[in-house]
Design a protein around this ligand. Structure first.
Ligand SMILES: Nc1nc2c(c(=O)[nH]1)N[C@H]1C(S)=C(S)[C@@H](COP(=O)(O)OP(=O)(O)OC[C@H]3O[C@@H](n4cnc5c(=O)[nH]c(N)nc54)[C@H](O)[C@@H]3O)O[C@H]1N2
Ligand SMILES: Nc1nc2c(c(=O)[nH]1)N[C@H]1C(S)=C(S)[C@@H](COP(=O)(O)OP(=O)(O)OC[C@H]3O[C@@H](n4cnc5c(=O)[nH]c(N)nc54)[C@H](O)[C@@H]3O)O[C@H]1N2
Ligand code: SF4
Ligand SMILES: [Mo]
Length: 712
């Protein structure tokens, strides 16, 4: 281990993909002794941090940390164990499962929060140490639809194919299904140009904090029915073509597939689109014209439009619109998707996806297998084929021919996976569950073995941010005794399982191997090394050896062999279940500023937990009145999959046919007991953003109501 710095350490935030730059300074006299944090000048955050970033060091000294491996005993309770005992047990049980049920009975679940080094080594560990094809990760629930659409259209999936600060000069920015003011607060600093030009357009069924940035002439709010974005986009494309607003020269020179698109949108005339989406015709026309005429136009998508069973096609429609307008690759305009998790970009490039090898290579491609096998020093034949995408992988837990032993690294699936009660039942039916985490998350709490690992500020590694820029995470503090680095854990297990390759424990050595494995692939990191990152050089991939990297993609050509972008005609599909029938409502799920994902981390930060202690159901006062629900009343949100009990928050900021729950909370307040595990057939993305529910008041004793209500 390198010696710890005694002065300030420049690093990046542990949470989202904006990867705000921060400085950690030791504060040995603080109780607990956690470093202080300051925002640091950097193009994405310009010194700003959100509440989560400001409070992130608290978790380093959290009393909830697990500081020794935990093994569940015969009595069902955990006991602390030594590392050798725990690792021997894990290796024995995994070997036994493989012997009895075959290698594919062992499954691995990774995360987009893992560093590039961990994600790379986890993919290699699954394929070589376990010999299993059954690995996938939580990014399937996050970026898969946008990734599939980007790959199909451009041949390359880099969330933002341009640096974030290029947005500053835009006059028009269309935000589809993203609430950046809460999910990436410093990002809104890049929208001020569009606001000043009156061109910030936000499409969201709710009037969110992001929508409020459009008020007072700074742009417009478009409030469609949940899940109708694809129709909305087809309608915009129809208008762009009918009014000859498209860039004919660009479409002819840089794209293929336009004639089919033109035919397919002819049926989406404005009045029909208005009646299906609830967006008035004049607004549709105004948006189309604004997008076509503004100087500097960007179209950006978020999870609100992507987390649907037709999410890939919706993202594709957004891309089609941007291609018609000549945005991708232009100097002042563009299209992109806002990657979510800290390493959501790098996490989808280095081989923890079911169908993927490092460098964004396809596992079924013989050339890719040969290249990676040569780096790993093995016969390509021993690399398994494609596995199952996350939702199907989770559905197979505990099934007769499914997964019998499961390893989870960096996800809290009990809270964050769709149809979560089913997932919890699958986990309970396993022969053996191992969870690597810093805390006893809801998933770790039901494991057979929990392996405690170091946190972000206690380890070295790299992260690739939402703009495709590779960044150094640095070690600023020492980890509590008893906690181990995840690379070391994988190394130790690989040794015990007689893996046919090496598993380095030094992150820089792992990165050096990743560079070779990625060389010549789509996400080529071969020209990047720790020294240049240390010096603060801006490393945007693809970064082939000897090149200077690629801050802005697609200037001259797209990633397909012929250099052209593909326009793919798409059509809406019906929702996975009927919505708004028999007095029912549509539930959409998403995020609050204070909490991160399953809340495993942020619910343990006292300041954040105090600000948002519980899930609350956002519903319109008119709907509440119809159902007999008061503000702060206890309600039940029910469907055939589960029940949530929480308090109501009445708000005119949501459509009357729609209710909203954050998914950050467990147990009775867990939104995911209500969501569906139906998936997009192309990407495997579950239908997180619309489920059919019924809402009803729960009759309570008067003294059970919140104090304020009783007084009033
Ligand atoms: N505070 C906080 N920040 C985060 C995270 C977090 O958990 N908490 N997570 C990070 C991660 S991993 C991600 S992926 C990003 C996600 O970032 P966002 O995509 O901004 O987050 P969401 O809240 O999931 O969804 C955004 C919006 O989509 C809207 N929406 C729902 N259904 C529809 C629909 O059918 N159509 C349209 N147009 N909009 C719809 C919701 O009302 C919501 O306001 O945030 C990252 N940042
Ligand atoms: N209903 C609904 N559900 C959703 C979504 C939604 O919008 N609505 N969004 C989806 C999206 S976009 C996402 S990204 C997922 C995220 O949901 P999860 O995959 O559950 O993500 P986290 O809550 O960040 O879980 C990470 C866990 O790993 C631990 N951890 C963090 N870093 C590391 C590490 O380096 N190593 C190890 N071993 N552990 C680590 C944390 O303590 C935590 O317990 O949720 C999805 N679920
Ligand atoms: S916006 Fe994201 S990266 Fe920045 S401080 Fe907040 S959570 Fe961290
Ligand atoms: Mo995400």
């Amino acid at each position: 281990m390198p010696a710890l710095p005694d002065a300030a350490t420049p690093t990046h935030c542990p949470y989202c993909a904006l990867q705000c730059a921060m400085t950690l300074t030791p504060a040995p006299d603080a109780v607990p002794a956690v470093p202080t944090v300051e925002g640091r000048a950097f193009p994405t955050n310009r010194g700003g941090l959100c509440k989560k970033g400001w409070t992130s060091p608290a978790l380093l000294g959290s009393p909830d940390r697990i500081t020794a491996p935990l093994i569940r005993g015969a009595d069902g309770t955990f006991r602390e164990a030594g590392w050798d005992e725990a690792l021997d047990l894990v290796a024995d049980r995994l070997r036994e499962t493989r012997r009895l049920h075959g290698a594919d009975a062992v499954g691995v679940f990774g995360g987009g929060g893992l560093t590039n080094e961990k994600a790379y080594l986890l993919g290699k560990f699954a394929r070589l140490a376990l010999g299993t094809s059954r690995i996938d990760y939580n990014g399937r629930f996050c970026m898969s639809s946008a990734a599939a659409a980007g790959t199909r259209a451009f041949g390359i999936d880099r969330g933002l194919p341009f640096p974030v600060d290029h947005l500053d000069a835009a006059e028009t920015v269309l935000l589809l299904g993203t609430n950046v003011a809460e999910t990436m607060p410093p990002f809104i600093g890049h929208l001020t140009g569009a606001q000043a030009a009156g061109g910030l357009i936000v499409v969201d069924p709710r009037r969110t904090a992001t929508v409020r940035l459009t008020e007072n002439g700074q742009g417009m709010h478009v409030q469609p029915t949940p899940g109708s974005d694809l129709v909305l986009l087809l309608g915009l494309i129809h208008i762009v073509i009918a009014e000859r607003l498209w860039d004919e020269a660009y479409v002819a020179e840089r794209t293929a597939g336009f004639p089919e698109l033109r035919r397919s949108v002819s049926v989406w005339w404005p009045e029909r689109v208005a009646s299906e989406t609830g967006v008035p015709v004049p607004q549709l026309r105004e948006i189309a014209r604004r997008l076509a005429t503004g100087r500097g136009t960007y179209i950006l998508t978020g999870r609100g439009v992507e987390q649907h069973v037709d999410g890939t096609d919706t993202a594709t429609a957004a891309i089609n619109l941007s291609l018609l307008l000549g945005l991708p690759g232009s100097q002042h305009s563009g299209y992109g998707t806002l990657t979510g998790q800290g390493n959501g970009q790098g996490g989808r490039e280095h081989g923890q996806k079911a169908d993927q090898l490092p460098g964004y290579r396809k596992i079924a491609d013989p050339g890719a297998r040969r290249h990676v096998a040569a780096v790993w020093g093995i016969d390509p034949a021993i690399i398994p084929g494609p596995g199952l995408p996350a939702a199907q992988l989770l559905q197979s837990l505990g099934q007769p021919d499914g997964i019998r032993a499961f390893l989870v690294h960096g996800s809290n699936v009990v809270v964050s996976a769709p149809n979560a009660a089913q997932v919890a039942a699958g986990l309970a039916a396993l022969d053996f569950l191992v969870v690597c985490d810093f805390f006893l998350s809801e998933t770790a709490a039901i494991a057979d073995v929990v392996l405690p690992v170091t946190q972000w500020a206690e380890e070295e590694g790299t992260i690739t941010s939402l703009e495709g820029r590779v960044l150094r995470r640095r070690r600023a503090v020492s980890a509590p005794p008893g906690v181990r680095d995840e690379l070391w854990v994988l190394h130790e297990l690989a040794e015990r399982l007689d893996a046919p390759s090496t598993f380095d424990v030094d992150p820089e050595a792992v990165f050096e191997e990743l560079r070779l494995a990625s060389e010549g692939g789509i996400a080529d990191y071969s020209g990047i090394d720790y020294a240049m990152l240390e010096a603060g050089e801006a490393a945007y991939w693809p970064f082939p050896r000897g090149s200077a990297g690629t801050p802005r993609l697609f200037a001259d050509r797209f990633g397909h062999p012929d250099g052209l972008a593909r326009i793919v005609a798409v059509a809406p599909t019906p929702p996975a279940e009927p919505l708004n029938v028999d007095g029912g409502l549509t539930l959409i799920t998403g995020r609050l500023l204070e909490h991160y994902q399953s809340g495993a981390q942020t619910r343990r930060v006292p300041e954040l937990a105090a600000a948002q202690p519980h899930a609350r159901l956002q519903l319109h006062p008119a709907t509440a009145a119809r159902l007999g629900i008061d503000h702060d009343a206890l309600v039940e949100v029910v469907n055939g999959r589960g029940t949530v009990r929480c308090r109501a928050r009445l708000s005119v900021d949501i459509r009357p046919d729609t209710v909203f729950l954050p998914f950050h909370f467990p147990a009775d307040e867990s939104a995911n007991v209500l969501t569906l595990d139906a998936v997009d057939p192309i990407s495997g993305m579950p239908e997180f953003k619309k489920s059919a529910v019924h809402v009803s008041p729960v009759i309570e004793a008067v003294d059970a109501r919140p104090a304020l209500e009783v007084v009033v």
